[in-house]
Design a protein. Structure first.
Length: 406
């Protein structure tokens, strides 16, 4: 009997020892695994994604920007000494039990926990330690770190910082994300985000008409000569059915705005009817009346403009695809530099906005929404073009003008 007890006691000790070692290994997880476990283990996550800060900085040539060098470069150098800027910054959103409040999380890859604490203490933060976690509370957020993971938490109302960070790092010790969740976390893009809209319905009543289980993926990318924002919905067929959406053979609204030379500077077509929208009073007639008001909204421009029906013979093309409008639920395009040129107050700033080209938006038959803004600098990243223009404007009196307006 004694031998049996000894055997079971030994087995228990080995089990406890192995479990203890396993827990320690989880606490020492690398940054990526910690994030993947956090997102997978948090029971109230409604959104998660990432920002490729390093790519955005490179694409925009930000560190060469004179305003950045003047105002932000010293701080950014400190950040680079503490955080691995080549790693993505992950973002997550969670709801409370009744879905009435949102808590935001931002996760960074840390280079050295001790150095970060020392640096932030010099900035006035008061750090405490709990189970290997260093954390400091501010009014609206908590900064916390363990090993190579930093978690900044913005929580609503009164909160217990110690409890908040303890639970957050507990989630980093859970099971790793896999399948679709892992694929979304590894999606390429300057900014990518996945949202489960069920958990947001309490915060946004406009979402309550959507079918249960609706999820949306967002992606924002800056490329040579253009910026692309795209959304995809997981159950668009269910949304179509619930809202009574139907593709029409011919557009129910098809309008264009032309300048005095007959050039199309704006165009829009809608080839979709919705029973639900009609019940809400949002029908073709209402939208057509709204379109008819657009020239009035452009009052004060130089030259005359005219709103008229857009016909297939106009052959207005979508700037990005080069295809004529039609065949999608909705399409819209704006000739940005042409519209800006018609604004008298913008004439003196022409050298700054003249590189803008077109903006377009489409809602395709598969439910994908795509917004594209282009420049005429095809060999240069969109962000670099924009920040060059902003830099030039600010250095040529723009900063003084803005300050004078305050």
């Amino acid at each position: 009997m004694l031998k049996k007890i000894s055997f079971f006691a030994l087995a228990a000790l080995l089990f406890v020892g192995c479990s203890s070692e396993e827990e320690k290994e989880k606490e020492k997880r690398n940054f990526k695994d910690s994030v993947y476990a956090f997102v997978n283990s948090h029971p109230d996550i409604v959104g998660y994604g990432k920002v490729d800060v390093n790519a955005v900085m490179d694409e925009s040539n930000m560190e060469q920007n004179s305003l950045f060098q003047m105002f932000a470069a010293p701080t950014y150098e400190v950040i680079k000494s503490l955080v691995d800027v080549k790693a993505p910054v992950y973002i997550a959103t969670a709801t409370s039990e009744n879905h009435s409040d949102l808590t935001m999380y931002m996760m960074f890859k840390l280079k050295n926990q001790k150095k970060m604490v020392e640096e932030l203490k010099e900035m006035g933060y008061e750090f405490k330690d709990h189970n290997g976690i260093s954390y400091a509370e501010d009014e609206d957020y908590v900064i916390s770190a363990r090993n190579e993971t930093v978690i900044i938490i913005a929580a609503p109302g009164d909160y217990d910082g110690k409890s908040l960070v303890s639970q957050a790092f507990k989630y980093t010790e859970g099971k790793l994300a896999k399948g679709k969740m892992k694929k979304r976390l590894e999606a390429k893009g300057d900014f990518v985000m996945h949202m489960n809209l069920d958990g947001l319905k309490a915060n946004d009543p406009s979402l309550r008409s959507l079918p249960d289980g609706t999820e949306v993926d967002f992606a924002l990318n800056f490329e040579e000569g253009k910026m692309i924002f795209e959304t995809n919905t997981n159950n668009f067929a269910d949304i179509e059915q619930q809202m009574g959406m139907e593709m029409t053979d011919d557009p129910i609204i098809s309008k264009k705005i032309t300048d005095e030379e007959g050039n199309v500077i704006m165009a829009m077509q809608l080839s979709m009817e919705s029973k639900l929208l009609n019940m809400m009073g949002i029908d073709a007639e209402e939208m057509s009346n709204t379109m008819n008001m657009m020239p009035l909204a452009m009052d004060g421009i130089e030259g005359s403009i005219e709103l008229s029906d857009l016909t297939p013979t106009d052959n207005v093309v979508m700037p990005e695809t080069g295809k004529a409008m039609g065949g999608q639920y909705m399409e819209m395009m704006i000739d940005l530099d042409a519209v800006m040129a018609m604004q008298p107050e913008m004439n003196e700033y022409e050298e700054y906005w003249s590189k803008l080209d077109y903006a377009s938006m489409s809602i395709n038959k598969d439910g994908t929404m795509r917004i594209v803004v282009t420049t005429d600098e095809e060999g240069q990243n969109f962000l670099a073009t924009v920040f060059e223009a902003v830099d030039a404007f600010m250095n040529n009196g723009g900063l003084m003008q803005i300050m004078a307006m305050q």
